[in-house]
Design a protein around this ligand. Structure first.
Ligand code: PLP
Length: 470
């Protein structure tokens, strides 16, 4: 095993860990008795080793967070050095790791989003972004998309547009859901991506008008919805959302917790939405190379890839006009570990290594040259694949029982996808299963050979699912 681990010792430890887990650990989003969780004993690069010592290619990046791969030596060393130097300080003090991490994040976020509030993860970043938007506007309502995920805390789960909200919904959080563009399962019956975009923007405008534009503090939107299905928005959609926010004085919150820090082959997914210069649908302050202008949100939430999850970290990047609201007025919020030295030291090392080793470029190249073409080739061979979507190292296969009707292969997980998942695992591939979809989301560092190895395992496993099609 990697990192000097001996297989017999690792197996013994895994056995004990499993027993203690089943006795004492309470798991997220689960009926506890129905669980049979997998033990991970070791990890390196794009691979993990299970409790029995079997190697698996990690096409899940855990929860889509190990963008830099597992056990990157520079990040491990940075955490070790920081631990030896200064493990923890209260957030009211300046700490060098946090200052440097804030600079590095600010330099990469679009436009002038250069004030950074650090949190412990994605959900609390979302909570704080909404709080800032409400205080800035003096309004309460927040519009959020159906087919979205924004986190598991109280408000974040109420913003979420998937079934995880249902048992948690208090109906009083001031959240209104709208439909975003998703042509494969469109409620707009659009004939083209352009029409889908236009109708989705009309629908959003109507929602704003019917809710009362001056009651709406913010629109929160994943630049590419991740957990809900990796739906890349049509060109013009995010620029159109920006324009609506400008028109009605609504704060645009881009949730880049999953899509940020290289996953899509750019530092942030919203960079793919650049609109032609001169278009009224872009922020005046924004500019990017050439004739295109970036779509710049007012607040951008991040977590996961910022330090690949080596130590929990998230945050909100804040535009100057929102930050200015709190120049002479107290921001009523905070966290004991805001900008924790170990977490921000890991962020500094992660962002620096990603830049030096051209890891974002690697994600773009693998997407264009290997995963994209490879997954489309699988769709030609397997009739269970209804649609292939994505870019960079951020892909979904939508599995259907019938390509004509687009009936999902299983409504929500179910035995076919469990079988497929098990088959992949036994052949050495770990991927993410979501409802009737497979998400192919390996680390941004994945090599061509590893990507091809994973695709070959997937190819065999998909034959199982073909047997369940009409
Ligand atoms: N926002 C998005 C877009 C996410 O994908 C997630 C997690 O998957 C979150 C927020 C919540 O992040 P966390 O689980 O770190 O609280």
């Amino acid at each position: 095993l990697p990192n000097g681990l001996r297989i017999d010792a690792a197996r013994a430890e895994a056995q004990r860990a499993y027993e203690l887990d089943r006795r004492h650990v309470f798991h997220s989003w689960s009926a506890q008795r129905q669980l049979d969780p997998m033990t991970i004993s070791a990890a390196q690069g794009c691979c993990v080793w299970d409790g029995a010592g079997h190697r698996l290619l990690d096409f899940s990046s855990q929860l889509v967070n190990t963008n830099i791969g597992h056990q990157h030596p520079k990040v491990v060393a940075a955490v070790q050095e920081q631990a030896a130097k200064l493990c923890t300080v209260a957030p009211q003090h300046v700490n060098a790791a946090r200052s440097e991490a804030a600079r590095l994040v600010a330099e990469r976020t679009p436009g002038e989003l250069d004030r950074i509030f650090f949190t412990n993860g994605g959900a609390d970043a979302v909570e704080h972004a909404v709080r800032m938007a409400r205080l800035h506007t003096g309004r309460t309502k927040v519009l959020a998309r159906y087919r979205s995920y924004h986190g598991g805390t109280d408000l974040a789960v109420n913003l979420t547009g998937d079934p995880r909200r249902w048992p948690n919904d208090r109906g009083a959080a001031g959240v209104v859901h709208f439909h975003g563009p998703f042509r494969y399962r469109s409620q707009f019956h659009a004939e083209s991506e352009a029409q889908e975009c236009e109708r989705a923007l009309e629908h959003l405008e109507q929602t704003i008008l019917l809710e009362g534009s001056d009651t709406i503090a913010a629109i929160i939107l994943e630049s590419i919805p991740g957990t809900a299905g990796i739906m890349v928005p049509p060109p013009g959609y995010l620029a159109g959302v920006r324009a609506l926010c400008d028109r009605f004085g609504i704060v645009y919150i881009a949730d880049e917790v999953m899509s940020g820090f290289g996953r899509t082959g750019r530092w942030f997914a919203i960079e793919h939405a650049a609109a032609p210069a001169g278009s009224s649908a872009v922020s005046e302050s924004a500019s990017s190379a050439g004739e295109f202008r970036a779509v710049v949100p007012d607040l951008l939430t991040f977590a996961k890839g910022v330090n690949s999850g080596y130590v929990p970290l998230g945050g909100v990047a804040i535009a100057p006009h929102i930050a200015a609201t709190f120049d002479d007025r107290v921001y009523p919020g905070g966290l004991t570990y805001s900008g924790h030295p170990l977490a921000t030291a890991a962020a500094v090392a992660t962002i620096t290594a990603m830049a030096e080793e051209r890891i974002v470029e690697n994600a773009a190249r693998i997407g264009e040259q290997v995963l994209g073409p490879g997954l489309h080739a699988l769709a030609e061979r397997h009739r269970c694949i209804g649609e292939v979507r994505g870019l960079g190292v951020f892909w979904a296969l939508e599995l259907v029982r019938d390509r004509q009707t687009r009936e999902p292969l299983v409504p929500s997980g179910g035995t076919v996808l469990r079988e497929l998942d098990t088959a992949c695992r036994s052949a050495g591939l770990l991927l993410a299963v979501n409802a009737n979809r497979l998400h192919i989301v390996p680390p941004c560092t994945i090599s061509e050979a590893e990507a091809k190895e994973g695709l070959a395992i997937l190819d065999d496993a998909l034959t199982l699912a073909d047997a369940h099609t009409a």
